[in-house]
Design a protein around this ligand. Structure first.
Ligand code: CP
Length: 343
């Protein structure tokens, strides 16, 4: 990984473990009476959202504010994008205001990569989800949640997910979460199985570093974590399965199916959930479901990513060398994690 975070596939095992370990330190800060750190004081981060979001947008904003950054929120609705302004002109307008980092969500796959490599702007770029391509901080928070639940917050430090069995179920075809998770979980040593109707699997999935199954019940019994994915109707231009009822019967997780999972196994969902389709209310509200925990962990993971890309040991350097990698940065020393005196 260079000075941007565009794809989970760009992370080495050491990069990913460093982010997860740093996120554990950030999570401890959240338990303090004063949750704010001075790390990014004087730095400006813009959240550039061209596509709807609840969890990602709010948790990036919370992470940036907890690190004392100046935060600018931009949503395409209500902006000059509706008058035809391009991504380049929008980005350069923000850069002219002295932005140090851009967190971007866009419906077009490749938009964050274009922003990071075009030379239009000098700021760090963090991908907050692009089309059906990648959502790297989602995969990191999912891995963080798995490591905490399956290994332990302290026991997990320095460790990956070697040998853990993770099943992703649902609309793989349209899912940037699935692509990011397959990449990152493979890097962290986990064994991934995708379960979906054949119509919701992408062409070329056989080249991905994972198994594919059409039988959810037999896969559940040997899973440490089962992640349900939403059927993304907004990205569909055809009928991909007969009916919602038929989809739920074959690929939905209800209480009876959850009972087939090993006792220690967890149920995950990146959100937003469609209760009654991919997951029943009984499962979504059970103690085994980590969906709310994933949101909490998202703040710690995004604080860690921002800290490692922008802050860290060299807060005075406006733009670290392009050759700086996450792996060359060390985890946050305690002195840098002292709470700010600001309230
Ligand atoms: N998981 C996720 O990306 O949710 P949002 O679309 O609400 O950000």
């Amino acid at each position: 990984m260079q000075r941007h975070l565009i794809s989970a596939a760009d992370l080495t095992r050491d990069d990913a473990v460093l982010i997860l370990d740093t996120a554990e330190e950030m999570a401890r800060v959240a338990d303090r009476p004063i949750k704010k750190l001075p790390t990014l004081r004087g730095r400006t981060v813009v959240n550039l959202f061209f596509e709807d979001s609840t969890r990602t947008r709010i948790s990036f904003e919370a992470a940036e504010k907890r690190l004392s950054a100046d935060v600018i929120n931009f949503t395409a609705k209500g902006s000059s994008v509706s008058k035809g302004e391009s991504l380049k002109d929008t980005a350069q307008t923000l850069e002219a205001m002295g932005v140090d980092a851009v967190v971007i969500r866009h419906s077009a796959s490749g938009a964050p990569y274009r922003l990071a490599t075009s030379g239009w702007i000098d700021a760090h770029v963090i991908n907050a989800g692009d089309g059906t391509h990648q959502h790297p901080t989602q995969a990191l928070l999912d891995a963080f949640t798995m490591r905490r639940r399956l290994v332990g917050p302290d026991a997990g430090l320095g460790k990956d997910l070697d040998g853990r069995r993770v099943t992703l179920v649902g609309d793989i075809l349209h899912s940037r979460v699935a692509r990011s998770n397959v990449d990152l979980l493979h890097t962290l040593g986990a064994e991934v199985t995708l379960v979906a109707p054949p119509t919701l699997l992408p062409v070329g999935v056989e080249t991905w570093p994972c198994e594919v199954s059409y039988d959810l019940d037999s896969t559940l019994t040997k899973s440490d974590a089962v992640m349900l994915l939403r059927v993304q109707r907004e990205r569909m231009n055809a009928a991909f399965f007969p009916t919602e009822r038929e989809y739920s019967r074959r690929y939905g997780l209800d209480g009876d199916r959850m009972a087939k999972m090993p006792d220690h196994a967890i149920v995950m969902h990146p959100g937003p959930m469609v209760r009654g389709m991919e997951i029943t209310a009984e499962v979504a509200d059970s103690d085994r479901c980590t969906v709310v925990e994933q949101v909490t962990n998202g703040v710690s993971v995004r604080m860690a990513v921002l800290y490692l890309l922008l802050g860290g040991a060299e807060p005075a350097v406006a733009h670290p060398s392009p050759t700086t990698t996450l792996a060359t940065r060390r985890s946050a020393p305690t002195s840098e994690l002292r709470p700010t005196e600001e309230k």
